[in-house]
Design a binder for this molecule. Structure first.
Ligand SMILES: [Zn+2]
Ligand SMILES: [Zn+2]
Ligand SMILES: [Zn+2]
Length: 149
């Protein structure tokens, strides 16, 4: 994997306009659902498939702008989505790294980093994994109609 490029201006621009709420939700429910509970993990398995070829693999990304799922490699259906919609930021679903299709690289951001750490720490301090039903209404806040649950 290439080194994280620092200071992507496109991500800064996105943060300013849209904030990072959608990233927080994506990270919690789609990158690390196993830290929420087992039901959330199942939802991830059902939900995170490439919208084009229906495949699930370690290269799956989701669009940060609209939560469109697309494989990044080898077919790169995500880049097709990026080109046709003008969206440019995607989240890789294993670690939650952000890929900028304008920079053509993974990009680093301290706010994103803080969200990841905060989430991971909260869970470490929890004595047990929550059995409460997953609050899916938070996913509905994401701006995509075809979000499949
Ligand atoms: Zn695909
Ligand atoms: Zn999109
Ligand atoms: Zn960029």
């Amino acid at each position: 994997m290439s080194e994280l490029a620092r200071g992507c201006p496109h991500l800064l621009d996105f943060k300013e306009k849209s904030g990072l709420h959608s990233y927080q939700v994506i990270y919690k429910y789609l990158v690390k659902p196993q830290l929420v509970n087992s039901e959330a993990r199942k939802v991830k398995a059902r939900t995170c498939l490439c919208n084009v070829c229906n495949s699930y693999n370690m290269y799956l990304h989701t669009c940060l702008h609209c939560v469109y799922f697309g494989c990044h490699l080898p077919e790169n259906h995500l880049s097709h989505h990026m080109k046709t919609t003008g969206h440019y930021l995607s989240v890789e679903l294993i670690y939650g790294s952000i890929y900028c299709s304008k920079c053509k690289d993974f990009v680093y951001d301290s706010d994103i980093d803080a969200i990841c750490r905060q989430n991971d720490q909260q869970v470490m301090h929890k004595s047990h994994i929550s059995r409460a039903p997953v609050n899916y209404s938070v996913l509905a806040l994401l701006p995509q109609k075809s979000f499949r649950i």
